[in-house]
Write a protein of this length. Structure first.
Length: 83
């Protein structure tokens, strides 16, 4: 049952955030094909576990490479700027 709940949750998220999913997939494909390379975290320089962050999902390959903590911090900054 837990697996079904997770699948349903993912499908709902995808329906609401299709543009984010498209950007995520484009980055993954670009990294896989060598058109885009993972870089160290822009803030701390950590080179493991970096994640692609989009400030603008309409530009899917314009990303900032951030470690998980700085990625989370960036989202908090953007959320505060909206308020």
């Amino acid at each position: 049952k837990g697996k079904q709940v997770m699948i349903a949750s993912g499908l709902r998220w995808g329906a609401k955030n299709g543009f984010k999913l498209v950007a995520y997939r484009k980055v993954a494909w670009a990294v896989k094909t060598g058109k885009l390379h993972r870089e160290p975290c822009l803030v701390c320089g950590l080179s493991r576990w970096v994640q692609a962050h989009h400030d603008d999902y309409s530009k899917p390959l314009a990303v900032m490479w951030l470690c998980p903590q700085h990625h989370k911090d960036r989202h908090k900054e953007l959320e505060c700027a909206k308020s």
